[in-house]
Design a protein around this ligand. Structure first.
Ligand code: KIV
Ligand code: ZN
Length: 514
C-alpha cells in the first residue's frame, strides 16, 4: 500500500450496530457487507464474534463470502475473545483481529478495576496470543484520547513490538476538538519509538458533532492513514464518523489532503439507503452527501447559477455519489429474468429458486398497485422476503380498517404466530393506533413504543411506498422494526410485527465497551 493511500475501515456492522435499535440479522448484515465490498471499503468490521452466537455466525458468514475487502472482528484483550474472532474469520480471504482494552485512568479504575501494570500486561498478552493466529492485528486503547499520553505511548510501543500492525486511537466519548486531537496523534507518534512499524488509525465518536472534523485532523495533522467510520454516521449515542462525509472530503479536497481512497463513490447513496432501510434509522434531509436535500437547489438564485454553470453552487456531482440510482427500473410488464438481473445488480442474493419465485410474486403484486418500481422498492420487498425466509414468528396475513370523519377508527388484523393464525380487532385514535392496539391485544408484549415514523421510500409522489419505522423498548432492550407498503397502515402493521419479532430473539450480547 502506498503512503498516499487512506485506508477506509467501515464499522457499520460493529460499532454502528451498537446503536440501540440498530441490531441486524445475519442475512441483513451479509447484504450490507456485500454492498460495502461493492463500495470498495478496505476493511469491514463485521462484528464482535465473542459477543453472542448470532454475532459469531454473522462474522463467519461475512468472512466466508467477502473476497475483496479485509474482514475484521472485534475482540476484548483476552484469549477467549481472540480465539472466537479467529475461529469466525477462518474462511476469510484476508482477515484482521481487532483487540482492545481501555487505557484511561477513569476506565481502568472504575470499569476494569485494574492497575496500569495489569492493563499493559494484558494488552501485551492479547497481541502475543493473536499473533499466533493471524498476522493482521489491530490494537485499540479504548478511551485513548482521554488517556495519559506517557502511559499510552508505553502501551502502544509494547503492542507494536508484539506485532500489532495498526494502532487505532479512539475518541470513545466524542470529547476531542479537531486541532487538539490532530496534535495528540502527532505527539503520540513522536513519543513512540517504533511508531513507523504500524499504520495509525483514527476512530471518533460524534457527541459534540465533530467526529468527521476530528478524524480529518487526525489524518492531516496527526498523520493517521486509516479512518474508522460508518455509513450514515450510524453508531451509539450521536454516532460515529460518517464514511460518506470523510470519503467525499478527502476526494473533493485532494488538493489539501493529497491522499487517495479506494472507495467507489457511486456506491455511497445505495449503501446509505440500504443501511437506513435495514435499521430504520432515517437519514436527515440536510445530511451532507446522502441527505435528500444534499443536492437540491431551492432558491431561484442558486437554480439559475447551477443551470448556467454547475460549479457555481456544486462542489460535488450528485450522480458521482450515486444519486442517479433513483430511476424507474422495473414495471408491471417486467419479467422474472429482468427482476432477477436487477437483484444481481443490486447485489442481492436470494438463496434458492423458490425464494426468487416468491420475491418475484411479491414484486408482481406490488407492480399491480404501483406503476413505477424503483431500486428502493425492490430492496424493501427483498427485506420482507428474507424476513419470511428467516422464519420470523409473527407475519401479517391480512388487514382491514375503517375510518370515517367523526367515527372512531376500527381495525381487523389477521397475523400468523408461528403456525397459528390469529384474528384480532380493536378501535383506536386513528387507523394506525387501531391496528397496533389490535395486535397488542393478542401478543401482549408490554413493550413501550418509543418512536413511530413514516417516510416515502422514493420521493416526489404519493404513489410511493410508505416506509414505517417502529421503535419498541422492553426489559432494557430497544429494537427497530421496519415495514413498507403503498398503504401506510399495512406498512405500520408490518413494522410493528417486525419489531416484535426482534424482541422475541432473546440472544444476550456482551457490550463491546462494557
Ligand atoms: O469507541 C471505541 O473506543 C471503540 C473501540 C472498541 C475501538 O469502539
Ligand atoms: Zn467506537
Amino acid at each position: 500500500m502506498s503512503t498516499s493511500q487512506l485506508i477506509i475501515f467501515d464499522t457499520t456492522l460493529r460499532d454502528g450496530e451498537q446503536s440501540p435499535g440498530a441490531s441486524m440479522t445475519k442475512d441483513e448484515k451479509l447484504r450490507i457487507a456485500r454492498q460495502l465490498e461493492r463500495l470498495k471499503v478496505d476493511v469491514i468490521e463485521a462484528g464482535f464474534a465473542a459477543a453472542s452466537q448470532g454475532d459469531f455466525e454473522a462474522v463467519r458468514a461475512i468472512a466466508d463470502t467477502i473476497r475483496e475487502s479485509t474482514v475484521c472482528s472485534l475482540a476484548r484483550a483476552n484469549d477467549r475473545d481472540i480465539s472466537r474472532a479467529a475461529e469466525a474469520l477462518k474462511g476469510a480471504a484476508r482477515s484482521r483481529i481487532h483487540t482492545f482494552i481501555a487505557t484511561s485512568e477513569l476506565h481502568m479504575e472504575k470499569k476494569l478495576r485494574m492497575t496500569r501494570e495489569q492493563v499493559l500486561e494484558q494488552a501485551i498478552q492479547a497481541v502475543r496470543f493473536a499473533r499466533n493466529l493471524t498476522d493482521d492485528i489491530e490494537f485499540s486503547p479504548e478511551d485513548g484520547y482521554r488517556s495519559d499520553p506517557v502511559f499510552l505511548a508505553q502501551v502502544v510501543e509494547a503492542v507494536i513490538r508484539e506485532g500489532a500492525r495498526t494502532i487505532n486511537i479512539p475518541d470513545t466519548v466524542g470529547y476531542a476538538i479537531p486541532e487538539l486531537y490532530g496534535n495528540f496523534i502527532r505527539e503520540l507518534r513522536e513519543r513512540v519509538p517504533n511508531s513507523d512499524q504500524a499504520i495509525w488509525s483514527v476512530h471518533c465518536h460524534n457527541d459534540l458533532g465533530m467526529a468527521v472534523a476530528n478524524s480529518l485532523a487526525g489524518v492531516k495533522i496527526g498523520g493517521a492513514r486509516q479512518v474508522e467510520c460508518t455509513i450514515n454516521g450510524l453508531g451509539e449515542r450521536a454516532g460515529n464518523c460518517s464514511l460518506e462525509e470523510v470519503v467525499m472530503a478527502v476526494k473533493t479536497r485532494r488538493d489539501y489532503f493529497g491522499l487517495d481512497v479506494r472507495v467507489d463513490p457511486s456506491q455511497i447513496v445505495p449503501a446509505s439507503r440500504m443501511v437506513s432501510q435495514t435499521t430504520g434509522f432515517v437519514v436527515q434531509p440536510n445530511k451532507a452527501v446522502v441527505g435528500a436535500n444534499a443536492f437540491a437547489h431551492a432558491s431561484g438564485i442558486h437554480q439559475d447559477g447551477v443551470l448556467k454553470a454547475r460549479d457555481t453552487y456544486e462542489i460535488m456531482r450528485a450522480e458521482d455519489v450515486g444519486w442517479s440510482a433513483n430511476k424507474i427500473v422495473l414495471g408491471k410488464l417486467s419479467g422474472r429474468n429482468a427482476f432477477k438481473q436487477r437483484l444481481q445488480e443490486l447485489g442481492v442474493q436470494l438463496g434458492s429458486e423458490a425464494e426468487i419465485n416468491a420475491a418475484f410474486q411479491r414484486f408482481k403484486d406490488l407492480a399491480d398497485r404501483k406503476a413505477e418500481i424503483f431500486d428502493e422498492d425492490i430492496l424493501a420487498l427483498v427485506m420482507d422476503e428474507s424476513a419470511a425466509h428467516e422464519q420470523e414468528r409473527y407475519r401479517l396475513v391480512a388487514l382491514a380498517q375503517r375510518s370515517e370523519t367523526g367515527e372512531r377508527p376500527h381495525a381487523q388484523v389477521v397475523f400468523s404466530d408461528a403456525d397459528q393464525e390469529v384474528r384480532t380487532e380493536s378501535e383506536g385514535n386513528g387507523p394506525v393506533d387501531a391496528v397496533l392496539r389490535a395486535i397488542e391485544t393478542k401478543v401482549q408484549s408490554g413493550a413501550e413504543l418509543l418512536l413511530y415514523s413514516v417516510n416515502a421510500i422514493t420521493s416526489g409522489s404519493t404513489e410511493s411506498q410508505g416506509e414505517v419505522t417502529v421503535r419498541l423498548q422492553h426489559a432494557g432492550r430497544v429494537v427497530n422494526g421496519v415495514g413498507a407498503d403503498p398503504d401506510i397502515v399495512v406498512a405500520s402493521a408490518k413494522a410493528y410485527l417486525s419489531a416484535l419479532n426482534k424482541l422475541q430473539s432473546r440472544t444476550e450480547r456482551v457490550a463491546a465497551q462494557g
